[in-house]
Write a protein that binds this ligand. Structure first.
Ligand code: PLP
Length: 467
């Protein structure tokens, strides 16, 4: 299996060669040259597999350049340390089922992909005999998932910028309590966009990027997208009975269009998915796109700070991979569409609106702060479950798309403990932290405070980067 760019300007590359790059050299995103497919017989055979075994099968279709036994070792290392079930399913009242994706070390679904990414990036670096210094900016969940997946690795170090004083107490503790030598937390005197701009400046300096072996593990990373495909298969296998060919629907709390894109890949691969329901919060550019056909990203200043903060995104970096399929894999058309976006600030697929549902099964909806609180409350009252604010956005929108006879699976993208204040606001309950979480919250913190200053960051990286 080889990977090509959505904009057509990249020689086909094997899986491992795409992992250490961000964008393709032509500015596009890597996609499989041909989407692998899975037939009904194979699906039935997969019912008996454990999560790591299923991950080996699904990822083996994408990472054909990795020998099977190496892949099996990596998926075991990624998912066996999970304390309980890797992806448990729980039924709620009213015909909904939660798919638990937050059982990993940082209590959010990003662990599912990052745990595998940590394994496979190390593997690719060993094969090449090189090292990687990951430079990223985080507003919370991505940074902690990356750090927990990459801590203690020999060939990788992490430089993670975060806006000083703007993360929750819990998120800060999750990152800053790590004392591994290869983890560098940098609190920048600024907001998230300032952090992001610093990263862009340094990563845009190609000479510095090369000499310092800089890389990224952001949401466009192909290993992350493919690792997320696995749990769509897992959830389908758990929610349906053997021998049937039952269609299920998934609802996905969305921001960067990464998680739901993996569901779209699973559907394209032949998994019987009826609807992929995109749930947005108040920053609902994607809901707007799937309802009207017009995609109009918003600026950082127009992006609201909401109570489902990990979805506060107004420019969905993975959408290009969907558009590539929408235009029949016509790379020249993708280039045109993104050039229109640059010049006019939007693009328009109104003419294709019916295809979004009929051909691709994608529908969408928006949930607001009031909806989120009401949903957390109603789920607590009817099912006794406390759900996190992002999952609540999912449940709210999922209820609008229930169909008789079609199981509705809502992806639980975080645990409520991460967002205790909103939970308290919704149901008046102070969540109890488990002993290991209390320990983490009280542990000494390791962080370097820095001005919003490119030169200071350069000097810091030059001093601490692996070579
Ligand atoms: C990152 C994140 C999302 C959004 O996922 P995308 O892949 O960006 O669409 C939703 N919920 C939580 C808790 C997250 O951390």
């Amino acid at each position: 299996m080889q990977y090509i760019s959505t904009r057509g300007g990249m020689q086909p590359l094997p899986y491992c060669e795409t992992l250490l790059e961000g964008l393709a050299p032509d500015g596009g995103l890597a996609v499989p040259e041909v989407m692998p497919t899975v037939d009904g017989e194979t699906l039935e055979r997969w019912r008996a597999l454990t999560y790591p075994q299923l991950a080996t099968e699904v990822l083996g279709l994408f990472a054909t350049d990795i020998p099977r036994e190496d892949l099996a070792r990596m998926t075991a290392a990624a998912y066996e340390p999970f304390p309980g079930a890797v992806v448990p399913l729980r039924e709620l009242d009213g015909g909904l089922t939660l798919v638990g994706l937050s059982e990993g070390p940082t209590l959010a679904f990003k662990d599912m992909a990052m745990q595998f990414l940590g394994q496979v990036v190390e593997y690719a670096l060993e094969r090449k005999g090189s090292v990687l210094n990951i430079l990223g900016a985080t507003s919370g969940d991505t940074g902690s998932a990356a750090e927990h997946a990459l801590r203690g690795k020999d060939r990788i170090s992490v430089f993670m910028l975060s806006p000083q004083g703007r993360m929750s107490t819990f998120q800060r503790a999750q990152m800053f309590s790590l004392d591994d030598e290869n983890i560098h937390n940098i609190a920048v005197d600024g907001v998230f966009d300032d952090c992001q701009n610093l990263v862009k400046k340094l990563a845009g300096d190609l000479d510095f990027k090369r000499t310092q072996h800089l890389g990224a593990v952001n949401s466009i990373n192909l290993a992350r997208i493919t690792a997320q495909v696995v749990y769509y298969f897992w959830a389908w296998l758990r929610a349906t009975d053997a021998g049937g060919w039952t269609e299920v629907s998934f609802t996905v709390p969305s921001g960067n269009f990464g998680n739901i894109l993996s569901g779209f890949f699973a559907k394209e691969m032949g998994l019987p998915i009826r609807r992929l329901v995109l749930a947005a919060n108040e920053n609902n550019v994607l809901d707007e796109f799937f309802r009207t056909g017009v995609y109009r990203p918003r600026s950082a200043a127009q992006t609201l700070a909401t109570s489902s903060p990990s979805m506060d995104i107004s420019k969905a970096s993975n959408l290009e991979r969907f558009i590539f399929e929408l235009v029949g894999r016509d790379a020249a058309r993708v280039v045109q569409v993104w050039s229109d976006l640059d010049t006019q600030g939007y693009f328009d697929f109104t003419a294709d609106l019916t295809r979004f549902v009929d051909e691709f099964g994608i529908v969408s909806g928006t949930s607001t702060h009031a909806d989120r609180l009401a949903t957390i409350r109603s789920v607590y009252e009817t099912s006794g479950e406390v759900i996190d604010p992002h999952t609540a956005d999912g449940v709210k929108v999922a209820r609008e798309y229930l169909e008789p006879g079609v199981p509705m699976l809502v992806l639980e993208t975080a645990k409520p403990e991460k967002f205790a204040e909103t939970i308290h606001e919704a149901i008046g309950v102070e969540l109890d932290y488990a002993a290991d979480l209390r320990e983490m919250l009280e542990a000494p913190q390791h962080v370097t405070e820095m001005a919003d200053d490119e030169a200071a960051l350069r000097a810091f990286i030059e001093e601490h980067a692996l070579r």
